[in-house]
Design a protein around this ligand. Structure first.
Ligand SMILES: Nc1ncnc2c1ncn2[C@@H]1O[C@H](COP(=O)(O)OP(=O)(O)O)[C@@H](O)[C@H]1O
Ligand SMILES: [Mg+2]
Length: 319
């Protein structure tokens, strides 16, 4: 439909100058300022760094150029020393490809894979919450519903055939409103299924980073095993234990050491009694004793429903 010659009814007999048609157009000055720039992202603040990558708060200059109201992103790039290392680039690109396939509110959302003058990088949503390992991360949101959502994310990933492989409190963000968000899929791998069906889409047979965290990995992983759903469950239960208690379940010893010394974790006082058996089994040293992420989600979600119901009934009698 053409808008040419269109004028609103009240203006039909008006002698005033015809109003200029509204065309949403980005300000020229801003466009000229950013259109010719070689780089896509303006790195502003270093958010964190690991052994291979660093993550920056940045402005997406294409979004600025076209007046997007939220041009802030997080940009993950290789450390300068590794910027030209092909294997490191491949691992970063693979991390992006896995994350691009996973559309879930509990997994960080990625936008673009890009080559900048400083090297390969990808952009993702800039998370504003706190990391689960940061002090005072929790109090403003109830923990149990958040944990149920976290296990939901994990069971979703496992159903997609993806093992995260590096779950720990510093790779878990707690967003306002109690949304837990998993980041850092650097070592994520396709789960080798018993029926030898195809691995998850987006995961090709290329080398993944062989990294794990000694404090959160299962005994089988520390003995040279690959990332797996069962290993994820062990790591996730360690992280959840810390969320409730503020302390590591095995006094900051590796699972192998803990097994050798016969250490057994005790229930954190803040954890509801009914949920302890499920979490305790998730911390088992034997694979076959651990529940699935889906079973853990069910346990935490059922407790939440039951807790809400009893709270309502209690309110009826106290009002
Ligand atoms: N999307 C994001 N928003 C805000 N901060 C982030 C984001 N992604 C990562 N970070 C910060 O950067 C740190 C390193 O990121 P991560 O992906 O874990 O890198 P590495 O693979 O080097 O461990 C994180 O611990 C976190 O503090
Ligand atoms: Mg990390």
């Amino acid at each position: 439909m053409s808008l040419q010659g269109y004028a609103p009814a009240h203006a039909a007999h008006s002698t005033a100058q015809p109003r200029r048609r509204f065309r949403p157009r980005p300000p020229r000055a801003r466009r000229a300022r950013f259109a010719d720039r070689e780089e896509r992202f303006l790195l502003q603040r270093l958010l964190g760094a690991g052994g291979v990558c660093e993550v920056w708060a940045a402005l997406d200059l294409r979004r600025v150029e076209w007046s997007d109201a939220t041009p802030q992103v997080a940009v993950k790039r290789l450390l300068p020393d590794l910027a030209r290392n092909f294997q490191a680039q491949l691992a970063l690109a693979q991390e992006f490809c896995i994350l691009r396939q996973v559309a879930h509110p509990g997994v960080v959302r990625v936008f673009d894979l890009h080559r900048e003058p400083f090297g390969l990088c990808y952009s993702m949503e800039l998370l504003r919450g706190r990391r689960a390992d940061e002090a005072a991360a929790l109090p403003d949101a109830p923990v149990t519903p958040m944990v149920a959502r976290f296990f939901h994310t994990l069971s979703f990933l496992h159903a997609q055939g993806i093992a995260h492989g590096d779950i720990k409190p510093s790779n878990l963000f707690l967003e306002p409103g109690g949304r837990p968000v998993l980041i850092d899929f650097n070592v994520a791998a396709a789960i080798v299924r018993a029926d030898r069906s195809l691995p998850a889409r987006g995961l090709r047979e290329s080398p993944r980073l062989e990294a794990y965290n000694v404090l959160y990995s299962s005994p089988e992983r520390l003995s040279g095993g690959q990332p797996s759903a069962e290993d994820d469950v062990f790591s996730a239960c360690c992280a959840v234990y810390e969320l409730f208690s503020g302390a590591h379940p095995f006094q900051r010893r590796s699972s192998k050491e803990a097994e050798e010394h016969g250490l057994t974790p005790s229930r954190p006082p803040e954890l509801p009694v009914l949920l302890w058996p499920a979490l305790r089994r998730g911390l088992s040293f034997r694979i076959e004793d651990r529940p699935s992420a889906a079973a853990l989600r069910r346990a935490f979600a059922s407790w939440n429903t039951w807790h809400q119901c009893t709270a309502r009934v209690r309110n009826l009698f106290t009002q």
